[in-house]
Design a protein around this ligand. Structure first.
Ligand SMILES: Cc1cc2nc3c(=O)[nH]c(=O)nc-3n(C[C@H](O)[C@H](O)[C@H](O)COP(=O)(O)OP(=O)(O)OC[C@H]3O[C@@H](n4cnc5c(N)ncnc54)[C@H](O)[C@@H]3O)c2cc1C
Length: 454
């Protein structure tokens, strides 16, 4: 008999995993809390578009689904930095101009994955069903459908792919020796938009679409990613509360759209003429929270496992959350293939392989917030990127900058971070040695000249 799986959540990770397992002949049942987006349209609680990079594309390629993203996604080979005075500077992501991250619609991606999973006769998708509990001993997951109807389901493998506020994880938390931490950022986010324009150098785009736009403002920032219809989705990252002693924007200090407009005229002046709906959108759109969630173990009872944000929600500043969820799917199916008939062993190997990498990208995503909102505004940032790219061009194998390792390779996150640290130490040591050599050389030359003159 074919092995069976229950997947809780038909988000990005859950639907890709269903497709992968469906391809491999598993009998799969997916239960999703929301309605079927194919019938009712997509209701997303998160960002409108996503940056998909090498890791996500690699997983989608294995699922034969990368073509759509490559064809319809918008290439962003660099960041466009917007200074307070409206000056812009383009800083490429890589020394290799062919490398780019892709802006793609979250709803289109989720629909693509759901359709791919649904095409397998051995995959059954059930919408409007919320997971309400697990029974570890019986190996069942319980769901509540419309009108409170209860469904108990069992399978060889039960995967919680139900996002940052996972019901599956909530059940695992009740167990002894389960580690859990949730760190909320002092910043929240609000989505705004820049609509298409009829004329201009980039029409229908109001700005250059071949970049991820950043307005770094020290303690806060705004970013904008292009959409295929010519619009941009902007995300404002501001602290919830005012920061004592600093005249910085915060959601509490800027309570409504009119106040936001005034603030924007001071801080994001070049964006104001491009945002005709700013006041209404600021009033209407909710403030989303940003969390880092870490937990351990990810596997329980030899059949229950966590995947994606349910196991490791991270802040979005490296654009890697969905990419990491897709990598989880690959790691899990690889482990299941290595151990046919032994789900317990496979999920144990999967969790040990992925946990250090999830921790590494969680840390790097937090660090990248400081880089994006603050360091990008400084001359030193552009200089460091130029130096990184020059070294990479000089020694393409020996020196690969961290951003390239994370976004343009599939080197495991933890190994990428370690390698970048090693490289930076070598560069620093070389710079110190060179500096010392120059000082000594200058001293010797001065002494020689002095000797020659006397
Ligand atoms: C503002 C913002 C911007 C982001 N930008 C990027 C980016 O540029 N690039 C990137 O790679 N990542 C980005 N991310 C992260 C990315 O959105 C997540 O990492 C990704 O969606 C995780 O996929 P997932 O399948 O684990 O969870 P989700 O996509 O959240 O899917 C979880 C699914 O489970 C369902 N569900 C929840 N509870 C239950 C239940 N009890 N029963 C049944 N179903 C349930 C939900 O309805 C949902 O469909 C961003 C996140 C945010 C907040």
């Amino acid at each position: 008999m074919a092995p069976s799986a229950i997947i809780v959540g038909a988000g990005l990770g859950g639907s890709l995993l269903a497709h992968f397992l469906g391809q491999r002949g598993w009998s799969v049942r997916v239960f999703e809390r929301r309605g079927d987006p194919r019938a009712r349209g997509y209701v997303g609680g998160r960002s409108i578009n996503l940056a998909i990079s090498a890791r996500g594309l690699h997983a989608l390629e294995r699922a034969s689904l990368d073509r759509e993203v490559r064809e319809h996604g918008i290439r962003m080979p660099g960041r466009m930095l917007h200074a307070r005075d409206g000056q812009t500077a383009f800083v490429p992501y890589s020394a290799d101009p062919t490398r780019a991250i892709m802006s793609f619609s979250r709803s289109a991606l989720n629909m693509l994955l759901i359709r791919a999973a649904a095409q397998h006769p051995n995959v059954e998708l059930t919408f409007d069903h919320r997971c309400t509990g697990l029974d570890e001993r019986a190996g069942t997951a319980t769901f509540e459908g419309p009108g409170g109807a209860r469904v108990d389901a069992t399978a060889d493998l039960v995967v919680g792919a139900d996002g940052a506020f996972s019901a599956v994880r909530a059940h695992m938390e009740k167990r002894e020796r389960f580690d859990y931490s949730q760190h909320s950022l002092a910043h929240g986010y609000k989505e705004l938009s820049i609509p298409p324009v009829a004329a201009g150098p980039h029409a229908p785009f109001a700005m250059d679409p071949k970049a991820l736009h950043i307005w770094p403002r020290g303690g806060s920032m705004m970013i904008a990613l292009p959409n295929p219809d010519g619009s941009f989705t902007c995300t404002l990252f501001w602290p919830y509360e005012p920061v004592p002693g600093k005249d910085e924007a915060s959601f509490a200090a800027v309570p409504d759209g009119q106040a936001a407009l005034e603030r924007f005229r001071r801080e994001y002046a070049d964006a104001v003429p491009l945002m005709p709906e700013l006041v209404a959108e600021y009033d209407r759109n909710p403030i989303g929270s940003l969390v880092t969630i870490r937990c351990w173990p990810w596997a329980m009872g030899g059949r229950f496992a966590l995947l994606g944000d349910a196991a490791h929600a991270i802040v979005p500043f490296y654009g890697q959350g969905a990419n990491a969820s897709f990598e989880d799917c690959e790691a899990l199916v690889d482990a299941l293939e290595r151990h046919p008939g032994d789900v317990a062993r496979a999920i144990d190997e999967y969790q040990h392989e992925r946990k250090p990498n999830a921790d590494a990208i969680a840390d790097m995503a937090l660090d990248n917030f400081v880089e994006m909102r603050d360091r990008t505004a400084h001359f030193g940032f552009k200089l460091k990127k130029k130096l990184d790219h020059a070294l990479n061009r000089l020694m393409p194998r020996a020196f690969v900058p961290l951003y390239d390792l994370v976004s343009f390779t599939t080197v495991p996150y933890a190994a990428a971070r370690e390698r970048a640290r090693r490289q930076d130490r070598i560069v620093l040591d070389a710079a110190i040695a060179l500096g010392a050599l120059l000082v000594v050389g200058a001293g010797v030359a001065a002494a020689w000249l002095k000797g020659g003159a006397s």
